[in-house]
Design a protein around this ligand. Structure first.
Ligand code: ATP
Ligand code: MG
Length: 378
């Protein structure tokens, strides 16, 4: 037997028990309606609650009870109405699940981006990934990582309210400049991205889908700042743990991931190498117009060209930097610490030393700080 009180779900062993056996707090939990199931010739109505680390499914054979649970849960998961607070404007992007729209906070007039995910088109596993994505965004507070402001949920949608980046993604930034950037600007962008990577890796998070489409520009100016987005494929892994799931995007994904070998944070460093190569030369290091197989084969077997085309004009330090990242063998690849202290950055005065320490100092406080924000706002 279950009893819902505000955001707390108490459970009892019998209907008449006076003391509960336990309680689950539903802050940040998603609700998913499921299709009814037949169990021993009896029809059961069911829904699942997706907790940060567990999915629980509930059953009732009484239809009106089911309806009451759905409406009560929706209300307690979502006490305020999103549409009373925000004016939802035009679409600004499309993701795997649903879309991203611009929104204006009615009181403050500030702009936000809202990612809207329809739950009926998502499986329980998809919802679990969305849960991970939100948890990662909650943990991460870094100048080059997209800020999460709030989360709303209705019976049918999840709404993620985040900082709005008006400048579009890094890919269109490059397109607008015909894929020509100065080496200094390339180094500056890669340095910011490396700082963001150092930060997430220090929380044992692997991004797994690092590419220009997932790097947003804060405004349309030449010097726009960058924000890393899309933690939909990211994962928190324990030190020394390796993953084997084939994730990522072809052209940017590391050879060990393609080969389905165990991999870790160093797979993100390969992708950083591919993005750097693209920024400095205007083209991808492993590419083929007609065949995806060829892209995969080149990633696994071929050395990129360092002495042809635009890449020829790159400085010695810049070449060294990219070569250090595009090592097929992940154990030979530069580490994120080697990246941040590389001479290529030093040459442009991009030094991270104090920031390194700041991150270490801040780490302890981060989660607590952010948790209290979230609790205030939901
Ligand atoms: P995919 O896996 O296909 O990249 P996704 O479901 O993970 O999609 P996102 O990458 O997070 O979705 O968002 C989709 C697109 O929406 C982005 O490529 C970007 O163009 C736009 N977008 C996302 N977040 C923001 C934001 N905060 N500000 C501005 N635009 C955004
Ligand atoms: Mg994306």
């Amino acid at each position: 037997y279950f009893k819902l009180e505000n955001k707390d779900l108490f459970f009892y062993s019998t209907k008449s028990s006076s003391s509960h056996k336990g309680m689950h707090n539903l802050s940040g939990v998603f609700l998913k309606k499921n299709e009814p199931v037949m169990i021993q010739k009896k029809k059961y109505y069911t829904f699942s609650l997706i907790f940060p680390n567990k999915i629980r499914t509930y059953y009732t054979d009484i239809n009106y009870e089911y309806a009451t649970w759905i409406s009560s849960l929706s209300q307690s998961l979502n006490p305020k109405n999103l549409f009373e607070l925000y004016d939802i404007k035009e679409g600004i992007g499309k993701g795997k699940f649903g879309f991203v729209k611009r929104a204006i906070h009615k009181k403050t007039k500030e702009e936000y981006a809202i990612k809207i995910m329809p739950k009926d088109s998502m499986t329980l596993q998809d919802l679990e990934l969305a849960q991970t994505e939100i948890n990662i965004m909650k943990i991460c507070q870094h100048p080059n990582i997209i800020k999460l402001y709030d989360i709303y949920e209705s019976a049918d949608f999840i709404y993620i309210i985040m900082e709005y980046c008006k400048g579009g993604d890094l890919f269109s930034y490059l397109e607008k400049r015909r894929f020509k950037l100065s080496e200094y600007r390339g180094a500056e962008i890669i340095h910011k991205l490396s700082m963001a990577l150092y930060y997430i890796h220090s929380f044992n998070i692997v991004h797994r889908d690092l590419k220009p489409e997932n790097i947003l520009m804060t405004d349309t100016s030449e010097e726009a700042d960058i924000r890393l987005v899309d933690f939909g494929l990211s994962k928190i892994i324990y030190p020394n743990e390796k993953m084997i799931e084939p994730y990522g995007t072809l052209s940017y994904v590391a050879p060990e991931v393609l080969l389905e070998e165990p991999y870790d944070q160093s797979a993100d460093l390969w992708s950083l190498g591919v993005v750097t190569y693209l920024l400095l030369s205007g083209y991808l290091p492993f590419d083929d117009k007609n065949s995806e197989r060829e892209i995969a084969r080149k990633t696994i077997q071929e050395e990129p060209k360092y002495t042809e085309g635009m890449f020829m004009l790159v400085s010695k330090k810049g070449k060294e930097f990219v070569k250090g990242l595009l090592k097929k063998n992940p154990t030979e690849r530069m580490t994120i610490e080697e990246v941040l202290t590389h001479d290529w950055f030093k040459k442009y005065g991009l030094v991270p030393k104090e920031r390194f320490n700041d991150i270490e100092k801040e780490k302890g406080n981060q989660f607590i700080l952010y948790t209290s924000n979230i609790i205030n706002s939901i």
